[in-house]
Ligand binder design. Structure first.
Ligand code: ATP
Length: 235
């Protein structure tokens, strides 16, 4: 009896993130047509994950931009932990711990490693917590600590990705949107990045992952939604 009740409870967990009937355009060009996806709530301490896959131009980046607030949808709604956030700014969504790691411009190339980490942490965490949190980033990632003064644009592709992901360990987002993690990375470095994401997920962060490889993203996330020409192809 108790077992049944706890199983029911798990099934009834509301999604941590829901994008419903989303349409979006760039000027006259329609990129998304009534797309709905949801990221399930997680019953345990580990975050949930979902792969967003589909061919080039399918609308994956556009959907992430709508979810993070960088692009206003022409129709539809976005909810984070059952709270309607469709009209909330991208900046406020980041403060609500809905964090976007875009395919490009995830870091400031002309700033140093330490300036990048400080900006990201201070943008999201309250001032009192930020200083200690920045030290924690360096404790966790000694490679970045050694390179504090280096200009971020001169780091390798893998190090730049690490720089974009490392602050998330102290920000502890509810949800992270990771766009094209694989871009320009060697297989070995990419495997390391997926390990970083696994650690983040095991710490409780839920995530939506876009990757050029459907197989790799699905094997990491456990489930996938496929977009094609701005519509859901299969779920
Ligand atoms: P890719 O893997 O190539 O990035 P994607 O699935 O992420 O593909 P989007 O980048 O979301 O696809 O693009 C969806 C459609 O919207 C494409 O046809 C693209 O050309 C168009 N598009 C994207 N950004 C813009 C923009 N800023 N202005 C006009 N059209 C755009």
């Amino acid at each position: 009896m108790t077992e049944t009740r706890s199983a029911d409870k798990t099934r009834q967990l509301p999604p941590i993130l829901e994008a419903k009937d989303i349409s979006a355009s760039y000027g006259a060009y329609k990129a998304l047509f009534g797309v709905t996806i949801s990221l399930p709530g997680s019953p345990g301490t580990e975050g949930s994950s979902l792969a967003l896959v589909g061919p080039n131009g399918a609308g994956k980046t556009t959907l992430l931009r709508v979810i993070s607030g960088l692009l206003r949808p022409t129709a539809g709604s976005v909810k984070l932990k059952s709270k309607e956030i469709t009209s909330t700014s991208a900046w406020q969504r980041a403060r609500m711990l809905l964090v976007h790691v875009p395919e490009e411009k995830a870091i400031f190339s002309s700033l140093s490693v330490s300036e990048n980490i400080e900006l990201r942490v201070k943008e999201i965490l309250p001032h009192g917590r930020a200083i200690q949190a920045i030290d924690e980033v360096y404790d966790r990632f000694p490679k970045l600590s050694e390179r504090r003064k280096q200009v971020a644009g001169t780091l390798s592709g893998g190090e730049q990705r690490l720089l974009a992901l490392a602050p998330l360990f102290v920000i502890k987002p509810e949800v992270v949107l990771v766009d094209e993690l694989s871009l320009g990375l060697s297989p070995g470095v990419l495997a390391d990045m997926y390990e970083v994401l696994k650690r983040l997920r095991s710490q409780g962060t839920s995530m939506i992952i876009v990757d050029q490889s459907e197989e790799r993203a699905t094997s990491f996330a456990g489930s996938a939604v496929s977009l094609e020409k701005g519509r859901i192809a299969s779920a």
